[in-house]
Design a protein around this ligand. Structure first.
Ligand code: SAM
Length: 295
C-alpha cells in the first residue's frame, strides 16, 4: 500500500466541481492518497484497458449477450428517477441504462467514445420509438465543454470508470451534475470468472474494486450512499464453439494452447439444459452503486 504522495490537483471545471476537497490538504504521512493507490492497482490489472477499436467491435454483439441480467432494472430502481430530470449517461455503451431510464426522465444525453456503441443505441431508440435520448461522441479525456457536454440534473457512469485518473473523472462527473451523481463499479472479481482464467493458465487480477473508489470519494469530501446489485447471471450457449469464441474475446485472444485448455474446461463444465449449454456452477456478479447529492 502506498503512502501519501502528492498528485497534481485536478483542474476544477467551469461547472462547479470546486466543492470537492483537494487531497493535498491531508497531512503528508498520515493519510493514504487513494487516487495514487487506485492508479497503482490499475496498473496491475490483468484485464487491460480497452481501446475504441475493441469497444466498437464489442458493440456489434452487445445486444446478443449469452445471459439476461437484472442489472439495468435494479440500477434504475435505485435511482428513483424523476420525470423532470435531465441526465448525462457517461460511457453509455449501447444504452443498457439509457434505454430503460428514458421512460422515466425528461431527457438523456448519452456519451461514449465508441461510435458503434452510439449507433447501436440510436438504432434501438428508433426501433423502440424513444425520442428523448441524444448521443455525443466523447471520451473521458476530452474537453467536455468543447464536445457540447453541459450540465445535467443527474449524471451517471455505470460500469464505465475505466480511466487513467479516477479522481479527474469523478471531478468531471461531479462538475457536470446539478443534483446527483450515480456511479457503479466492480466488487471483487466483477464479471470475470476466475475459474476460467485459471483453467487456461492466466492470472486474474481484476483491478481495484469499489472500495478504492469509495475511499477516494471520502477523501474528496464526498460521503456517498452505497448499495449493491447482485447480478445472478448464467451464461447460455447454443454449442461449445460459441462458448469458446465468447471467452476467447472476453479474455483477450487466447493462444492455441490456452484454447485447448479452455475447450477441455468447457467439456468438463458445460451441461445441456433445455437445449442450451450452461455451466454446472452458478456465479454471482456484484456491482457497487455509489451515489451522492450535490450540496
Ligand atoms: C462495460 S461498458 C458499460 C456500458 C454501460 N454504461 C453499461 O453499464 O452497460 C463500458 C463503456 O465505456 C466506454 N468507454 C471505454 N473507455 C472510454 C473512454 N475513455 N471514454 C468514453 N467511453 C469509454 C466503452 O465504449 C463502453 O461502451
Amino acid at each position: 500500500m502506498a503512502g501519501y504522495s502528492a498528485s497534481p490537483a485536478p483542474k476544477a471545471g467551469p461547472t462547479g466541481a470546486k466543492r470537492i476537497r483537494k487531497p493535498e490538504k491531508l497531512t503528508a504521512g498520515t493519510a493514504i492518497d487513494w487516487n495514487a493507490v487506485w492508479k497503482e492497482q490499475s496498473a496491475r490489472r490483468s484485464v487491460k484497458k480497452r481501446d475504441v477499436t475493441f469497444w466498437n467491435q464489442k458493440a456489434l454483439t452487445f445486444f446478443k449477450k449469452p445471459w439476461e441480467s437484472n442489472y439495468p432494472e435494479d440500477f434504475v430502481r435505485i435511482m428513483e428517477p424523476r420525470r423532470c430530470w435531465t441526465v448525462l449517461d457517461m460511457a453509455c455503451g449501447t444504452g443498457a441504462l439509457a434505454i430503460p431510464l428514458s421512460k422515466y426522465v425528461r431527457r438523456i444525453t448519452a456519451a461514449d467514445f465508441a461510435p458503434r456503441m452510439l449507433e447501436a443505441l440510436a438504432e434501438q431508440c428508433k426501433i423502440q420509438g424513444i425520442e428523448n435520448v441524444t448521443t455525443i461522441n466523447a471520451s473521458w479525456e476530452d474537453d467536455w465543454a468543447a464536445k457540447g457536454i453541459g450540465r445535467y440534473d443527474v449524471v451517471i457512469a455505470s460500469r464505465s470508470l475505466v480511466v487513467d485518473d479516477l479522481q479527474h473523472a469523478i471531478v468531471k462527473l461531479n462538475g457536470a451534475a446539478r443534483e446527483r451523481v450515480y456511479i457503479s463499479t466492480i466488487v471483487g472479481d466483477g464479471p470475470h470468472d476466475r475459474k476460467i482464467h485459471e483453467a487456461v493458465g492466466r492470472r486474474l487480477s481484476p483491478g481495484p474494486d469499489y472500495i478504492y473508489t469509495y475511499n477516494l470519494l471520502h477523501q474528496l469530501g464526498i460521503y456517498a450512499n452505497i448499495t449493491f446489485i447482485k447480478d445472478s447471471r448464467q451464461e447460455r450457449f447454443p454449442d461449445h464453439d460459441t462458448a469458446l469464441g465468447y471467452y476467447d474475446n472476453f479474455l483477450g485472444k487466447l493462444t492455441k494452447a490456452e484454447k485447448k485448455e479452455l475447450r477441455r474446461y468447457l467439456g468438463e463444465h458445460l451441461v445441456l439444459k433445455n437445449g442450451k449449454w450452461i455451466f454446472d456452477y452458478r456465479r454471482t456478479t456484484r456491482w457497487a452503486v455509489m451515489w451522492w447529492e450535490k450540496e
